[in-house]
Design a protein around this ligand. Structure first.
Ligand SMILES: NC(=O)c1ccc[n+]([C@@H]2O[C@H](COP(=O)([O-])OP(=O)(O)OC[C@H]3O[C@@H](n4cnc5c(N)ncnc54)[C@H](OP(=O)(O)O)[C@@H]3O)[C@@H](O)[C@H]2O)c1
Length: 247
């Protein structure tokens, strides 16, 4: 298998962490970012170094801050000279699901800005590298909430729907560059993020689904892995839902 250089945003926890382990164990070269979870991020790098694998590196960066992302790329020019796959995974949701009228404007925009700007900033800095190398795959992690909506999550849902619209337009702009963009929209996955969801609503959602259970990070990562490595170039500009039949 041809080894890839893969940039994963938000690799310290949840789906991103699973991705780092999955791709790292397969021998790919991985850069990932974290923001607050330094101990978790360092543990992951240690895991690989203890096994004499120095192909996994992490960087602290608040991806929602344009200048910080610019500096991340500028200060690590040599490492970032190739990016075969960019996985825009980092995201947050409101700590407590709250109806729109009860949500302070500042909190609403925090979620929207964090999620959307992280994708924009990483894409803006990765694209020139991919265009120069005449190839690249971008996978943006969106959400079923952005397709169906979710009570108490208007900012989160809006951010994810915006990422899809951005991805679809950008993919069309990038025709003939060798760069492919797809989105993956998970339903309800066992991570820190889903722990805070209101219990009654979560149970009702699962009761109404086909599989009646939450998804695992591994299941989501298998879809991302396919898009990143094995999928044909013809699979392009899609949003792929993985939700155990909630939809
Ligand atoms: N879990 C679900 O049910 C579910 C469903 C649909 C979609 N998703 C999406 O899947 C993705 C991963 O979610 P998850 O469940 O794995 O969440 P998680 O466990 O809460 O992890 C989120 C990750 O994103 C990072 N992050 C967030 N904002 C960041 C920023 N500004 N700069 C740098 N890193 C940032 C966090 O880093 P630090 O901890 O270091 O700050 C953390 O590594 C998100 O985009 C989420 O919206 C999740």
């Amino acid at each position: 298998m041809h080894m890839k250089t893969i940039f994963i945003t938000g690799g310290s926890r949840g789906i991103g962490k699973e991705l780092v382990y999955k791709f790292g164990k397969s021998g790919h070269k991985i850069f990932f970012t974290y923001n607050h979870s330094e101990i978790e991020a360092k543990k992951i790098v240690d895991f690989f170094q203890e096994r004499s694998n120095n192909n996994v590196a992490c960087f602290k960066c608040d991806l929602s801050v344009e200048d910080d992302v610019k500096s991340l790329f500028k200060n690590n020019k040599d490492l970032f000279s190739t990016i075969d796959v960019l996985i825009n995974n980092a995201g947050i949701t409101n700590r407590e699901a709250q109806h729109f009228l009860l949500t302070r404007s500042r909190d609403w925009w925090l979620v929207l800005n964090n999620n959307l700007n992280s994708v924009l900033n990483c894409t803006r800095n990765s694209l020139p590298i991919m265009i120069r190398n005449k190839k690249g795959r971008i996978i943006n992690i969106t959400s079923l909430s952005g397709i169906k909506g979710n009570p108490g999550q208007s900012a989160y849902a809006a951010s994810k729907a915006a990422i899809v619209a951005f991805s679809k337009s950008l993919c069309k702009e990038l025709q003939n560059t060798g760069i492919c963009i797809n989105c993956v929209a998970p339903g309800f996955i066992e991570t820190d993020m889903s722990k805070d969801a209101p219990k009654s609503y979560s149970e009702a959602r699962l009761d109404n689904s086909i599989l009646k259970r939450m998804g695992t990070t591994e299941e989501v990562c298998n879809v991302i892995n396919y898009l990143a490595i094995d999928a044909p170039d013809y699979l392009i500009n899609q949003e792929i839902i993985i939700d155990g039949g909630i939809a």
